[in-house]
Ligand binder design. Structure first.
Ligand SMILES: Cc1ncc(COP(=O)(O)O)c(C=O)c1O
Length: 262
């Protein structure tokens, strides 16, 4: 009889121990400076991810769920608007829509397990304002068709790119198609923090500014509270860890591809 063996979903301790000395150096550097919130490490990570994706703005936030909420709000989704998303996703996609008072409208998925463009078209009503494709399992939905549908119906696109840092559609990175997108750095993600962390990206200056401000109590660069906001800043300690990990992200992805192909 063959012996059964449990394979853990993710080796959480190895996330730290695989590069323990380097992480300790990064963290010591942050902690000894008392550089806890929105400091050089966060700016560096934001700039590096923005460059990698080919987008103008990247804003570190507390987690991707907050990031999706901020992205939808700042992109202009209003209470009562219908937002079409794929029925096969993590609950956070729908909850981000619901929490801002909009209506999550599920669409079907195709054989690639991603949102089916025909199902999007069938779900559009006069109340629809936004399509929210979810780029799952490192795959990117058919963004040519989705952007075409959005344009024909005057809808915005906000991507749930939680799982897709580095995945592409026809050479263009997931997260760079719509008006805004959010990524997750939950520990089990390919770029994983030692806790919760996320990032919002956009090419739109006004949306980028609004997300940055809304994630910091609505405060401007001079500290004026200009509108209601929340606290969802990316901890600088996490930013330092993520920025270090991101410096060898290409190798990490290449290794994953080799293992997935075995
Ligand atoms: C598709 C998808 N959307 C959103 C999220 C939420 O991310 P976070 O845990 O960073 O809030 C996840 C996390 O697993 C996810 O897989």
């Amino acid at each position: 009889m063959s012996e059964s063996r449990r394979v853990p979903f993710f080796n959480y301790p190895a996330l730290f121990t695989s590069h323990e000395d380097a992480y300790m150096e990064v963290m010591r550097g942050v902690l000894r400076r008392g550089a806890y919130i929105r400091q050089a490490e966060c700016e560096s990570l934001e700039a590096n991810v923005a460059k990698f994706l080919g987008v103008k703005h990247a804003i570190g936030v507390g987690n991707c769920t907050d990031g999706l909420t901020l992205a939808l709000l700042c992109a202009g989704v209003k209470p009562g608007d219908e937002v079409i998303f794929p029925s096969h996703t993590f609950v956070a996609t729908a909850s981000a829509i619901k929490i801002i008072g909009a209506v999550p409208v599920p669409a079907d998925i195709g054989t690639d397990h991603l949102i089916d463009p025909d199902s999007i078209e069938a779900a559009i009503t006069p109340k629809t304002t936004c399509i929210m494709p979810v780029q799952l399992n490192g795959r990117t939905a058919d963004m040519d068709r989705i952007m075409d549908i959005a344009e024909r119906h005057g809808l915005m696109v906000v991507e749930d790119a939680a799982q897709s840092l580095g995945s592409t559609f026809r050479g263009k990175r997931a997260g760079s198609f719509g008006r805004a997108a959010a990524f997750s750095f939950y520990p089990a993600k390919v770029l994983g923090a030692f806790g919760d962390a996320g990032l919002v990206v956009t090419d739109d200056d006004a949306i980028g500014q609004k997300v940055r401000q809304m994630a910091d109590h609505g405060r401007s660069a001079t500290g004026e509270v200009e509108f209601w906001g929340m606290n969802s800043r990316l901890d600088n300690l996490h930013a330092g860890v993520l920025d270090y990990q991101f410096s060898f992200y290409d190798e990490t992805m290449a290794r994953r591809r080799v293992l997935a192909g075995m």
